[in-house]
Design a protein around this ligand. Structure first.
Ligand SMILES: *[C@@H]1O[C@H](CO)[C@@H](O)[C@H](O)[C@H]1NC(C)=O
Ligand SMILES: *[C@@H]1O[C@H](CO)[C@@H](O)[C@H](O)[C@H]1NC(C)=O
Ligand SMILES: *[C@@H]1O[C@H](CO)[C@@H](O)[C@H](O)[C@H]1NC(C)=O
Ligand SMILES: *[C@@H]1O[C@H](CO)[C@@H](O)[C@H](O)[C@H]1NC(C)=O
Ligand SMILES: *[C@@H]1O[C@H](CO)[C@@H](O)[C@H](O)[C@H]1NC(C)=O
Ligand SMILES: *[C@@H]1O[C@H](CO)[C@@H](O)[C@H](O)[C@H]1NC(C)=O
Length: 415
């Protein structure tokens, strides 16, 4: 499978100009800004009265709108000029390269994972889990989307771009495969939201965003395949590159020697001893209990709730991890004191209690994103980590949290 893939990739890189636009069409003279949205202006000419049948062949000529059109409104002031500086669809810094190369490693594992799951289980096993031929084709199509994303990011990064690796997976059943897919795509998506707005190359960020919105759809579909409520949050959280790398690293077994070293920090691993488990299959038809694949299921019996005690165990730094054992876990944090819950727009802390060596507990927090009658903060597939301080960070400056991570993050299956 790998050979034809490489050939395809080489071919695609050869015609990279088509996948990564080298320069968009020039803006109209004297205007750097895109045209205003039509809804705010007068109706565009195409919606106006039809041209006389006997009129000139092309009444809307290059000279502009037909004479009967009033002038369009001037574009609102401000915004980033798309041509100044010239858009550059490639990394403009090490930060850009390392961020996008991490995302590329994520796309590669997803491509392998979706194929792997389809090949690993029999048609009968998929059918028993409630996934029919059309569902399996959707997973196949998702693998093809990953190929597209890998081609795009390879074109953005150029020759040094990471190649595909060999992977290991923790699942033995179709349900566990689906659960792993919804978790892996969760940190793939959140990992990009954490850095997208900090990239130096806005042009590359634009293209990456258009891939990651596809990944967001995949995550939701895997939740549906698992019989979960498809989107129990109002906002999708962002995490740092080091957090995403910590979550991804264990599944990479060996990578080509020429792959660029991933320069993000790898935190000590965190294990949730009583993580809610969404994998059991209940074909009961009872709302709140039934977990067969569906567009949506009410979760009247939620997987978790505020006040639930959660137990953790974590590793000490200095452990070799990831492909070819070539990375080592590190931390800059002091003593473990808090658990941080990263969900929606919120970064919430609870005290870590019952600390004994590398184990401890906490209580799942309540709280709603915008107060009473709004979405509960803790829901869906989200992130928890052990920290030494409860510093105030927002989704935009969450990278300050890196220095305070004792261990983690881990994915908490709160809903
Ligand atoms: C990792 O190990 C594989 C298999 O032994 C080898 O081919 C590859 O070059 C190694 N990669 C690195 C980064 O050392
Ligand atoms: C759903 O029903 C099954 C089978 O009756 C039962 O074992 C399980 O505990 C129920 N799950 C929940 C969350 O109530
Ligand atoms: C689903 O949950 C909503 C919100 O709790 C509730 O209003 C609705 O009646 C439930 N529907 C079913 C079929 O359980
Ligand atoms: C998560 O959201 C679902 C859907 O709105 C809701 O039924 C469930 O109670 C929520 N879970 C928690 C832990 O709040
Ligand atoms: C969650 O984050 C939003 C956006 O920053 C903020 O307005 C809200 O107060 C936070 N909610 C809580 C309970 O802290
Ligand atoms: C992150 O940003 C918020 C407000 O934007 C600020 O209050 C907070 O101090 C910042 N955190 C750090 C660690 O600088």
């Amino acid at each position: 499978m790998l050979k034809p893939l490489c050939a395809l990739l080489a071919l695609a890189i050869g015609v990279s100009a088509s996948a990564v636009p080298q320069s968009p069409p020039p803006p109209p003279p004297g205007q750097g800004l895109p045209p205003p949205p039509p809804a705010q202006g007068p109706p565009p000419p195409a919606q106006g009265p039809p041209p006389p049948a006997q009129g000139p062949a092309h009444p809307f000529s290059a000279q502009g709108p037909p004479p009967q059109s009033p002038p369009p409104p001037p574009p609102p002031a401000g915004g980033i000029d798309p041509m100044s500086p010239d858009p550059y669809y490639h990394p403009l810094s090490d930060f850009d390269f390392q961020s996008i190369n991490l995302a590329l490693n994520q796309e590669w594992i997803e491509l392998d994972l979706f194929h792997h799951g389809l090949a690993m289980f029999s048609v009968e096993e998929f059918e028993k889990a409630g996934l029919n031929a059309e569902d399996r084709y959707l997973i196949q199509f998702m693998a093809e989307q990953e190929l597209g994303h890998a081609i795009l990011l390879t074109n953005i990064l150029g020759e040094r771009a990471a190649k595909q690796c060999k992977y290991q997976y923790p699942f033995k059943t179709v349900r566990e495969f689906v659960d792993f897919c919804q978790k892996l795509t969760r940190f793939g998506e959140s990992g990009v939201y954490g850095f997208l707005e900090h990239l130096d190359s806005r042009a590359a960020a634009n293209l990456l965003l258009q891939s990651i919105t596809t990944e967001a759809r995949q995550q939701q579909i895997f939740r549906q395949f698992e019989g979960l409520f498809p989107m129990p949050v109002w906002f999708e959280a962002g995490i740092t590159q080091s957090m995403a790398w910590t979550l991804l690293a264990p599944y990479l077994v060996s990578c080509p020697a020429e792959n660029p070293r991933i320069e993000w920090q790898n935190f000590p691993a965190l294990n949730i001893l009583n993580n809610p488990d969404a994998t059991p299959l209940y074909k009961t038809g009872i709302p709140g209990n039934d977990t067969t694949p569906a567009i949506t299921h009410n979760r009247t019996i939620p997987l978790s709730y505020p006040g639930r005690e959660v137990h953790f165990e974590w590793e000490l730094p200095g452990k070799k991890v990831s492909y070819n054992d070539s990375y080592i876990t590190t931390t800059k944090a002091g003593e473990p004191k808090f658990v941080v819950w990263v969900s929606q727009l919120n970064i919430t802390y609870t005290p870590l209690t019952n600390i004994k060596g590398q184990s401890g507990s906490t209580i799942q927090p309540g709280g709603r994103v915008f107060g009473d009658n709004t979405a509960p903060i803790v829901n869906g597939t989200m992130f928890v980590a052990i920290t030494d301080q409860d510093i105030h960070v927002t989704p935009f400056n969450i990278s300050f949290l890196n220095d305070h991570i004792v261990a983690g993050p881990a994915l908490y299956q709160s809903g």
